[in-house]
Design a protein around this ligand. Structure first.
Ligand code: ATR
Length: 280
């Protein structure tokens, strides 16, 4: 008897704008795998029940996105180290009978910079704008890669302070007013806030305050070139957009569910870029 097709999912609420099915669908086709990856909209009230029926419904695992990442963290039977550090789960899989929760966002962030700005981790102090869930993943990646001076800047200082206390040595917390001075000797500027997305004002971080060797990256990828990245580019600074983080965070999940470690290629990137283009 033929083995049943491998099934995986992405769940969020809403979920219809997720690019993950396109990414995983591309890899399934590329590797000729008899599998599926489907988007499933699950309301917060139904999330626990959804998890409880995964195995019965034949899923190997899947991705979890907003607003379920913290609930997935709480409900996973086992968690990997990245999930523990970040406090959120974006990837689920079954292993030795347990439902595991992992977090691949930090991996995605670091791998994107490895691709487009090799040597980034040794470029000097990092300034991180924002203190939400995405910021936690970025800070975890920075710490893992040995960045020893991480400056969190946030509108609400208390949230930055919480992250400083969570991540400990080498991490400092600041309000927005400190940004000019913090940028003056930084080697990396990371925006993790929604500022710069469609309909949002660009941030008051002026990349012109950065030294000329600095790298600027935004985890926002709609638009691909955010106002911050555009300003940095016009100053001649190296810039890295956020799309590569999305692509790379998908790699470990695919490997767990389908058994093959897929590549982030120019072809995959072009496929998703075409999908991001506004339809007339
Ligand atoms: P995510 O999980 O995507 O990181 P989040 O937890 O809602 O989302 O965090 C959003 C981040 O963007 C926060 O750092 C938030 O600042 P506050 O902690 O002060 O709310 C930041 N942010 C959102 N809108 C902002 C704005 N208009 N000006 C400055 N910062 C903003």
């Amino acid at each position: 008897m033929a083995e049943a097709a491998s099934k995986a999912f992405v769940t969020g609420h809403p979920i219809k704008h997720s690019r993950s099915p396109k990414i995983h669908g591309h890899w399934l086709a590329e590797h000729g795998i008899d599998g599926s990856y489907e988007a499933i909209d699950v309301a917060p009230a139904d999330f626990a029940a959804f998890l409880a029926t995964l195995r019965k419904n034949g899923y190997r695992g899947g991705n979890v996105t907003i607003p379920h990442k913290e609930a997935a963290f709480a409900q996973a039977g086992r968690r990997d180290d990245a999930a523990e550090q970040i406090g959120a789960v974006n990837t689920l899989w079954f292993e030795d009978g347990d439902l595991w929760g992992g977090n691949t966002d930090a991996h995605g962030f670091a791998a994107n910079l490895d691709d487009h700005a090799p040597g980034w981790a040794a470029n000097g102090p990092a300034v991180v704008l924002g203190a939400g869930g995405a910021s936690r993943a970025v800070i975890h990646a920075l710490k893992q890669r040995g960045v020893s001076d991480i400056r969190i800047v946030n509108r609400t200082l208390a949230r930055a302070q919480e992250l400083r206390d969570r991540f400990g040595a080498g991490v400092t917390a600041h309000g927005l007013e400190a940004i000019g001075e913090l940028l003056s000797d930084a080697g990396l500027l990371v925006n993790t806030t929604a500022l710069g997305m469609h309909g949002n004002e660009g941030l008051s971080a002026d990349p012109g305050r950065l030294p000329s060797h600095a790298i600027v990256t935004d985890i926002v990828y709609v638009p691909l070139e955010t106002p911050l990245l555009a300003a940095a580019r016009s100053r001649g600074l190296a810039t890295v957009d956020g799309l590569g983080m999305l692509l790379h965070q998908a790699v470990p999940g695919f490997k767990r569910w389908f058994g093959v470690r897929p590549q982030v290629t120019a072809e995959l990137r072009a496929l998703i870029v075409a999908d991001l283009a506004p339809t007339p």
